[in-house]
Design a protein around this ligand. Structure first.
Ligand code: MG
Length: 254
């Protein structure tokens, strides 16, 4: 093989190897399967058991300053922010589990491998959202899991606080969809974690992010044709309610 062909072959090898494979994140855990429920401990275990790159979950601070894992701001008729953990736990999740605390999640997460994709929910005011951020950072330090977490939030103050206070190298992504890649770079986030709608409106943001050294996560992608489209566009992460299908497509399936 002459030198020129060898260089070309090596470049092709590096190029193919350099194109990172899309990583799959189970949205609210892997809940779309028997015995599971959104944001339950089972959904975290099940995301890990199918080798998802990450398992996403949502955090709220209760009236008595406990951090609970739950998506909606309410549990039945109770507002989480105005209720105690004990009051909230009157109502089990759909799989019979009690509402987990962040502590429960981290104790379990410590024994697993999946990345903990931790969403701080915007509370009734910024001050309370930032209290949730600070309490969350503290828990991850306590359980020595600062190296296994990725933070996401719709709240820009929360994103900025996380960037300022999380250990260096922790990835923080913004969810709300209106900031351009340049603006995201300026605030020091790792990238964008935007809805399908936001990314379809700005297809150029895939390339712009990558040119700026930022990563792209798209949510919540449940349609296989759309999954394939974002994989082909080079999405670094896809957040989905169907992680099994998405993993199959990443692996080259149809
Ligand atoms: Mg979420």
């Amino acid at each position: 093989m002459n030198k020129r062909i060898l260089i070309l072959a090596l470049s092709a090898f590096v190029f193919m190897g350099g194109a990172a494979q899309t990583k799959v994140i189970a949205h609210r855990g892997f809940w779309n399967t028997p015995g599971s429920a959104q944001n339950s401990l089972a959904s975290l275990s099940k995301a890990d058991s199918i080798n998802c790159y990450g398992s996403e979950f949502d955090l709220w601070l209760t009236k008595d300053n406990k951090i609970v894992v739950h998506h909606d701001p309410t549990v039945k008729n109770l507002k989480i922010e105005e209720s105690t953990l004990k009051e909230l736990r009157q109502y089990p999740l759909n799989n019979g589990e009690k509402i987990p605390t962040l502590q429960d999640y981290l104790k379990l997460g410590k024994r697993l491998h999946t990345q903990l994709i931790c969403e701080i929910k915007p509370h009734h005011n910024d001050a309370r959202t930032l209290e949730c951020v600070d309490a969350t950072l503290k828990q991850f330090r306590k359980y020595k899991l600062t190296g296994r977490v990725t933070y996401i939030s719709f709240s820009l103050p929360a994103v900025k606080r996380l960037i300022a206070k999380a250990p260096q190298g922790t990835e923080v992504y913004y969810l709300n969809g209106e900031l351009s890649p340049k603006e995201i770079k300026q605030i020091g986030a790792a990238g964008i974690d935007y809805s399908e709608g936001a990314m379809d409106k700005h297809p150029e943001w895939f390339g712009e992010c990558h040119d700026l050294g930022l990563k792209v996560n798209v949510w919540t992608v449940n349609n296989p044709a759309k999954m394939k489209n974002y994989i082909d566009r080079g999405a670094d992460f896809i957040t989905t309610n169907d992680p099994v299908k998405c993993k199959e497509l990443v692996a080259g399936g149809k």
